[in-house]
Write a protein that binds this ligand. Sequence first.
Ligand code: ATP
Length: 497
Amino acid sequence: MTAMDVIVSLCKRRGFIFQSSEIYGGTGSCWDYGPLGVELRNNIKHVWWRDFVQQRADMVGLDASILMHPTVWKASGHVDHFTDPMVDCRECKRRFRADQIDDRPWTHYCEATKGNKFIIPAGEACKHCGARRALCPECGKGELTAPRQFNLMFKTFMGPVEEDASVTYLRPETAQGIFVNFDNVLQSMRRKLPFGIAQIGKAFRNEITPGNFIFRSREFEQMEIEFFVNPHEQLDGRAADEAWHDRWIADCQAWFSRYGLDPAHVKLHEHARDELAHYSKRTVDLLYEFPMGWSELMGIANRTDFDLKQHAKFSGKSLTWFDEERKEHVVPFVIEPSAGVDRALLAFLLDAYREEEVRGDKRVLLRFHPELAPVKIAVLPLLKKRTEIVATGQDLRTRLARRWVTIYDDTAAIGRLYRRQDEVGTPYCVTVDVKTVGDAEKGEAGDQRVTIRERDSMEQIRVPMADLENVFGRLLQEGGAWRDVAAAYPPAGELSV
Ligand code: ATP
């Protein structure tokens, strides 16, 4: 299990993720994605959109605005119910979620040991006096207030006047933008049930206890699908909404494993009756084995007809689909696969992380799926003093960058350059050396071949420069296996591993 602090430090060091407004001391639980982080994040969103929207005949996309009519949040139940119970410490003023307070280690001044301070693991009693936590888990001194409900939506004002009438909210989920556009999409796209609408976008929650890096932050991004189903229909011998729910659970699970999550690190969690949200008929979460324990990666809920009915009631507009066969208006049931971009990214990072020993040295690598890797190809010169080598390397970068994210780096010796690319998960390095360009002074012609090194196996092959687009097209676009593609070329005389 990869420790969280190892990933946090790699992310900062190598330009994946920085704390927001760090030079001012940081903003509570907001994160900025650096040059490599933004590529990784875009790649996750891109493959999700391609696989779940563009490649499916029963899906379309949407991009709704973050600020919506305030009645949306009344109708959805967020104004009244989107709350967490919180307690405050009367001494240090820290605030905690009442339902999570026993999940954290607690500070204890033990009277049986003359008031010595101990940090006791979550949920356990003091070994010396047998006491259980009663006071603030952080300072160990203050009494906690009784739980109060705290709404997680960020409030803001629309327009120039800060008055009650202009209060609105930053959306806490992208789903409602889909529900309020249900009829627009239905009419403009001439859809029939079942069909789905997907959206990727920012959501905001004023979480009481954010933490665990990007797992729980106050500003995050969601990838959500609302899949509309006719509940009167039968599919696979049962109600269509129930059958579609199971299909979506299987599709989401398969998607995460396709892009690299070890299936042993993902499991399903079926919500018990008392855990279900008020609108849900059934909810299943995909849990990932994060360093802090099994936690929600995404949720897949059967939201029934709750949202469409609520919005029809509050807006006075009919939100139904007309079933031509049965000649009846139907309020569709909704299956909602809802994933967080940031949690997915964290899981992909944790699962990709490896430490290996190579000839007595430590090698750190991120074994990203090539489609997720922020940089696909790194062009590296063996000798940066030779102008022909540098020029050839830079030309190659320009050429390959037309199709794949390609960088050029000559700021260290080749062994170190390979390690750097391993650590950010670049699947292929291309090295230009003396043999590639030859030596004009000695009258030696170059062989116009370069070395390609594969990240995971560290194997190296010698390939004509003219073949590079063909080779990388097979590897990076057509999903070709390294073993098969490499078999057509001779191994390279090893430059370094
Ligand atoms: P949790 O129980 O962890 O607070 P939730 O059940 O409230 O999550 P949903 O409302 O189902 O979450 O949101 C769908 C997805 O959005 C989650 O599975 C998660 O991936 C992501 N998500 C929700 N809240 C956050 C957050 N504060 N930071 C990052 N991602 C989040």
